[in-house]
Design a protein around this ligand. Structure first.
Ligand code: THU
Ligand code: ZN
Length: 148
């Protein structure tokens, strides 16, 4: 699937959105390193914070099917406003995707704005972040006064 088809897939995916509260449909299409594409839409909940975002639904589907490497995600909203992944979704993508993941945002007609994940989220929380914390905690346990 080429880049234009990926945007089209994101647009198609938003048709399945469940958005009785915001009425703001979002679709995402995530292309893996081997070219497989997984789509997602937002699925809202009466308990608002339980709502699932299109990008996380697509990512969950891909990971569930054994994919860990990604090269592009397309995102579209029903109003073609160039929606970008929210902060939470940026971090969700960063769990597996590298800084150079291309995030293609649908501006309507044939206009697409491309970002890299690194541009959208320059400082991710990563496995390394937690390793650093664990090391600091271990130093504190050893009595290092610099550690906290
Ligand atoms: N939404 C997404 O699906 N992805 C994003 O990253 C931005 C926000 C959804 C969540 C909610 O259902 C609606 O858009 C309005 O915030
Ligand atoms: Zn989100």
């Amino acid at each position: 699937m080429d880049d234009d088809e990926l945007i089209a897939a994101a647009r198609d995916a938003l048709a399945a959105a469940h958005v009785p509260y915001s009425e703001y449909r979002v679709g995402a299409a995530l292309r893996t390193a081997d070219g497989t594409v997984y789509t997602g839409c937002n699925i809202e909940n009466a308990n608002y914070s339980n709502s699932l975002h299109a990008e996380e639904v697509a990512m969950a589907e891909a990971v569930k099917n054994g994919h860990r490497e990604f090269d592009r995600i397309a995102v579209s909203s029903g109003v073609r406003d160039g929606v970008t992944p929210c902060g939470m979704c940026r971090q969700t993508l960063a769990e597996f995707a590298a800084d150079d993941l291309v995030v293609a945002c649908d501006e309507g007609d044939d206009a697409v704005t491309e970002y890299t994940l690194g541009e959208l989220l320059p400082n991710t929380i990563s496995e390394g972040t937690l390793d650093d914390a664990a090391a600091t905690a271990a130093d504190a346990a050893d009595g290092d006064p610099e550690a906290n």
